[in-house]
Design a protein around this ligand. Structure first.
Ligand code: NAD
Length: 263
C-alpha cells in the first residue's frame, strides 16, 4: 500500500510525520506523495482541507485520515498518542471507507466554465459594498439577495463556517447542499428568505451578479480569482470524499464531542 502524509508544518506535526513515515515504511508501506492509497493529515481540519485539495483529482483512489495536534478536529479525530495504534491498523488494512458528499462549484463566463470541488463550503462575499446577487433555484428566479454574502456548504462542512452563520447541521448520509445567508438586508423594500435552504441531489442553485461589483469567492481555504463572471452554479458533486474509518465514530458523536464536550 502507498501512503503520503500532510503536515501542518509546526514542530509537533513534523515530528509525528517523521515517526509515522518510519513506522509505516518498517511495515513495508511505500511513501508516494503523488499517488497514495491513503493520506494521513497531521495538524487540524485545515490541514485535511489542504490534503483534500492536493489530491482532488484522484478522490476515487485515495482515503483520508486525520490526526489532530491541536484541539479535536472534525476531520482530524485521532490523538497524537494513538499514532502507533493507527499505523498498525493501516499496515494491517484494518479499516473501512466511508464516503461523504461534496459541493460542485461551476464558475461560468462566456462559454467557459471552471469547476471546483469543496469539502466544506464555498463563499461569495463583498469586501465593502452590499453584495447583490440574483438567486435561482433550478433555473427559476427565487430572490434578489442583498447582504454581506452567501455560504454554500456540504453536509460535513455544515459544522464549519455554516454553523457559525446559524445554518443547520446536516448528516453526511444526506446528499445535499445548504445555502446560508450572511447578514441579509430585510426591510419593506428588500426581501430574502432569511433561513437556510437545503437542496437535494440534482437540484441547482445559481448566483448571478446584478451589477458590476467586486466580490471575493472562496472554496474551503482557497481564495478564487475570477475578474468577471456571468454566473456560479452549485450542486451536489458526483465525486465523493473517502475517509478511512478504523473504529466507529458516529457523526452525532463527533458533533457532540466537537461542540458540547469530549469528556
Ligand atoms: P482552520 O484550519 O484554522 O479552521 C478554522 C476552524 O474551523 C478550526 O477550528 C477547525 O477545526 C474548524 N473546522 C474546519 N472544518 C470544519 C468542519 N468541517 N467542521 C467543524 N469545524 C471545522 O482554518 P482554515 O485552514 O482557514 O480552514 C478553512 C475553514 O475555516 C473553512 O472551510 C471554513 O469552514 C472555516 N471558517 C470558519 C469561519 C467561522 O467559523 N466564522 C470563518 C472562516 C472560515
Amino acid at each position: 500500500m502507498k501512503f503520503s502524509i500532510q503536515s501542518r508544518n509546526d514542530s509537533q506535526s513534523n515530528e509525528l510525520m517523521g515517526l509515522a513515515k518510519n513506522y509505516l515504511q518498517d511495515f513495508g508501506l511505500i511513501l508516494d506523495e503523488l499517488e497514495p492509497d491513503i493520506v494521513i493529515s497531521i495538524g487540524g481540519d485545515g490541514t485535511l482541507l489542504h490534503a483534500f485539495h492536493n489530491h482532488v483529482k484522484r478522490l476515487d483512489k485515495v482515503a483520508f485520515v486525520g490526526i489532530h495536534t491541536g484541539h479535536l478536529g472534525f476531520y482530524a479525530d485521532w490523538k497524537p498518542s494513538e499514532l502507533e495504534k493507527l499505523v498498525l491498523c493501516i499496515a494491517k488494512n484494518q479499516y473501512r471507507v466511508v464516503e461523504y458528499p461534496l459541493l460542485e462549484v461551476n464558475v461560468c463566463n462566456n462559454s467557459e466554465t471552471t469547476t471546483y470541488l469543496a469539502l466544506n463550503e464555498a463563499t461569495i462575499k463583498s469586501p465593502s459594498v452590499t453584495l447583490v446577487m440574483d438567486v435561482f433555484l433550478n433555473d427559476r428566479h427565487f430572490e434578489r439577495f442583498r447582504g454581506d454574502g452567501l455560504c454554500i456548504s456540504t453536509p460535513s462542512g455544515s459544522t464549519a463556517y455554516n454553523k457559525a452563520l446559524g445554518g443547520a447541521i446536516i448528516h453526511p448520509t444526506l446528499r445535499a447542499i445548504q445555502i446560508t445567508e450572511m447578514a441579509s438586508i430585510n426591510n419593506r423594500v428588500f426581501r430574502t428568505i432569511g433561513s437556510s435552504l437545503v437542496l437535494p441531489d440534482h437540484h441547482t442553485c445559481t448566483l448571478k451578479p446584478v451589477r458590476t461589483q467586486e466580490f471575493t469567492m472562496t472554496v474551503d481555504h482557497i481564495q478564487l480569482k475570477h475578474d468577471e463572471l456571468e454566473s456560479i452554479i452549485f450542486r451536489v458533486a458526483k465525486e465523493r470524499v473517502r475517509f478511512a474509518r478504523f473504529r466507529p465514530f458516529p457523526f452525532w458523536e463527533r458533533v457532540h464531542d466537537s461542540f458540547i464536550s469530549n469528556e
